[in-house]
Write a protein that binds this ligand. Sequence first.
Ligand code: NAP
Length: 389
Amino acid sequence: MSHHIAIVGAGPSGFYAADGLLRGDPAVRIDLIDRLPTPFGLVRAGVAPDHQGTKAVTRQFDKLLAQPNVRFRGGIEVGRDISWEALQAAYDAVVVATGMVIDRRLGVPGEDSAHVWGSWRFVGWLNGHPDFRRGPDLSRVKRVAVIGNGNVAIDVARVLAKSADEMAKSDIVAEAGAAIVAAPVTEIEIIGRRGPEHASFTNNELAEMGRLARAVAVTDAAALDAAVPATDPTPERLRKTRNLEILKGFAGNAPGSKPITLRFCFHAPAETLRLEDYDLVVTCIGYGGADFPKADGVFPVGWAKRGPSGTIPTNRADSHAVAQHVLAWLKANTPKDGPPKDFVDPLPDAVDAAGWQRIDKAEVAAGAAEGRPRVKLTDWAALLKVAKG
Ligand code: NAP
């Protein structure tokens, strides 16, 4: 009898774990469980809506969903609809690919004000996550602070700065897209607590900020006279050196030469900022994860294992390595040479792959009418209704 494995979380690391398990043992049976009725986790809800090229990775995941040994079980929250204990008892192994689920806190006064948003909520709103249907009121927002020097900060600042034309081929939710374009934003500060030589922006993402139609990227040249840490590994040194070159290009730009000035500010820890000086603050300073049992036979993967770092491709190698480990553990602990046990499905009613395909089809059809990749369903009830056909 083949092994039966539950993967909790149908984001990139969950799919890559399924891929790794099937490559190592094509007979393995996998239930890919997700809290949402839709698969793809951060690819759907986290990757910026204008970066459709990055979202194209879902085509690989679709192929996995079509495999006979893989079942999608959406709309099931482990801990609410089924306990971790029941899951552990029913499956030979449990892979935890739940990623990160909450915004890290800044820990400064004023961060609970209505105009301060964590990027988890903010990006969830842009991306039509059904838990985050209400966004900030942007109708009087002129000055924005985006706190953090990673790619999430870049995503947030870029989407706020882009024109309607630049967002036309995105799948941003209509309400968010309209609110951003109508907002009277003139200044967006991207604020790092350390110097530019420590920023974790990747080169392409940073360079894109210099090519925006209605925003000019600027920075203070004085902050750029910095040395990349010599102890960093070579790829990091190359990335940071290139970042400094790109920023030097921005330092020559004239603030105010386009409707929005996108200002990179460094050496400004949150304690030194006055959050009330801004009309909107978006903190992009990392995420926290959800709890899961640390037990034999339970294998965390992706962000649930490593914390919120690394791009989608990073998760492929990581998940494949964990999959090898799971298979080796199964071989040693549940060799399955006895009589086959009858598997009793422990999961409650769920959205299956066909249900997700109905959602996908409806969204893509609605998008086609507007020349967009899709128009997302953002309401829990509507998602479940369409999934059920
Ligand atoms: P990140 O790259 O780790 O950046 C987090 C930033 O928050 C850092 O600049 C960090 O500064 C800062 N920070 C943390 N605590 C802070 C505090 N209390 N006050 C002020 N600043 C604080 O993480 P991320 O931007 O959330 O991205 C998460 C992962 O997703 C990254 O691996 C990223 O590359 C990936 N991602 C990729 C893309 C893409 O490829 N296009 C897009 C989005 C996200 P310190 O360095 O000083 O700690």
